[in-house]
Design a protein around this ligand. Structure first.
Ligand code: GAF
Length: 403
């Protein structure tokens, strides 16, 4: 992603120059899945893949957005009349397909993300106004790698800098989450926006999603002869089809039945007692996943702090089993990546992100990575699946101004 390409495209489209160019990355999550909307712990890292936004302010109350990825042309919106649809009409629309009523018609659902960010800033009482924005992105969409958060955070950071809003990174991430929840209608947690806004190169972000306290944890796998591969199954992941919302509602019901503010408040050591108090088998499984997953994050942070990255492998594998069997968000293609990678000598593997398709991660010795990748590709071909896309998850920088 080159800022100068975004500048050239901006000039060709709108005329003149942008005032600046901002970038925000996609992410993978090392461990801590479906814990963020339970006030729990997560450990994402930013990818080198990013969305770049070339932006110029406007003073006539108009927002124009255009994406190099979208055939829908320039979307023109009135800043004053940006309004989320009534909650009864929120469609929980996936990034690729959704056209929330407020953005409407055939203007392309992706525009709801930047429009929603401007709406959320203004709703918070901040004096952000119109803009011309051109986006370029190499974050794979529908791959569970947070292309939506990259779009939101690049927009939010640009408006923050241009309109002098002085938002902290966590506050910016929260407002981007507001945009996604209340404007676009996807009931996601805070992990993806925090990862895109706050990650640092060479580190994973150890984040408490309750109070957004965070620690940057050095994550130099190459120095240990290790690599973390991302395998994009190219099975479209969509949070918007209601299954994610169902899991979230089930977790909230579990917390209510157990009399705690959130499932994060169920201690791992009293999990059996808590489970014994739940009669609904689905809720019991959701609770078990969340409580054990928070515990796995603790195990991983302890191992990384002790300089034992190889030993996180079995914890990743246990996390996958829990997402597959208890939380029921895996997919046959994700299970095939994990099983094949482990059978070919990977140290650990699991699905990453929301699930229902998307990507898996594989922890491996560098010396075995090619063999594992070839085995996964061959297993996919044999099963008749589309060829997966594999690349290393180099821990990269979070959102920033690039020009
Ligand atoms: C998606 C959501 F957007 C995140 O908030 C998180 O819940 C994740 O799924 C699962 O851990 O990426």
């Amino acid at each position: 992603m080159s800022p100068s390409d975004a500048v050239s495209a901006f000039s060709a489209l709108y005329g003149g120059e942008p005032e600046g160019v901002w970038a925000a990355p996609g992410r993978v999550n090392l461990i801590g899945e479906h814990t963020d909307y339970n006030a729990g712990f997560v450990m994402p890292l930013a990818l080198p893949h990013m969305t770049v936004a070339a932006v110029r302010r406007r003073d006539d109350g108009v927002l124009r957005v255009h994406s190099g990825d979208s055939p829908s042309g320039v979307v023109v919106l009135s800043v004053e009349s940006l309004d989320p649809p009534p909650s009864s009409q929120l469609r929980f629309a996936p990034f690729e397909q959704g056209v929330p009523p407020s953005v409407g018609g055939d203007r392309g659902g992706w525009a709801a993300y930047p429009a929603g960010v401007l709406w959320a800033l203004r709703k918070a009482g901040l004096s952000a106004g119109g803009a011309d924005i051109h986006f370029e992105s190499d974050v794979p969409t529908g791959a569970g790698l947070s292309s939506s958060a990259a779009l939101e955070v690049s927009t939010g950071l640009a408006l923050n800098d241009l309109y002098g809003l002085d938002l902290s990174r966590p506050r910016l991430a929260q407002l981007c989450q507001v945009a996604e929840n209340a404007f676009v209608g996807v009931p996601s947690g805070i992990m993806d926006q925090m990862a895109s806004a706050c990650c640092e190169a060479g580190h994973v972000l150890y984040l408490d999603t309750r109070d957004l306290t965070q620690r940057q944890v050095p994550f130099d796998l190459a120095a240990e002869g290790l690599t973390l591969l991302v395998v994009d199954t190219r099975v479209k992941h969509a949070l918007g089809d209601g299954e994610y919302a169902k899991r979230r509602a089930g977790c909230e019901e579990g917390a209510r039945l157990l009399g705690v503010p959130a499932l994060r408040d169920v201690p791992y050591t009293s999990l059996d007692d808590a489970l014994a108090r739940l009669t609904d088998p689905t809720i019991r499984r959701l609770v078990r996943h969340v409580v054990t997953e928070d515990h796995r994050v603790e195990e991983v942070i302890t191992l990384l702090d002790a300089g034992r990255p190889r030993d996180i492998g079995p914890v990743l594998v246990a996390g996958h089993a829990s997402l597959r069997d208890d939380f029921a968000v895996s997919a046959p293609e994700l299970d095939l990546v994990v099983d094949t990678a482990l059978a070919s000598g990977a140290l650990g593997a699991r699905m990453t992100g929301g699930g229902f398709g998307g990507s898996a991660i594989v922890l491996a010795e560098v010396s075995r990575a090619d063999r594992i990748q070839a085995a996964v590709e061959s297993a996919f071909a044999t099963a008749g699946h589309r060829a997966p896309r594999t690349f290393p998850a180099t821990p990269s920088a979070g959102a920033r101004r690039v020009a």
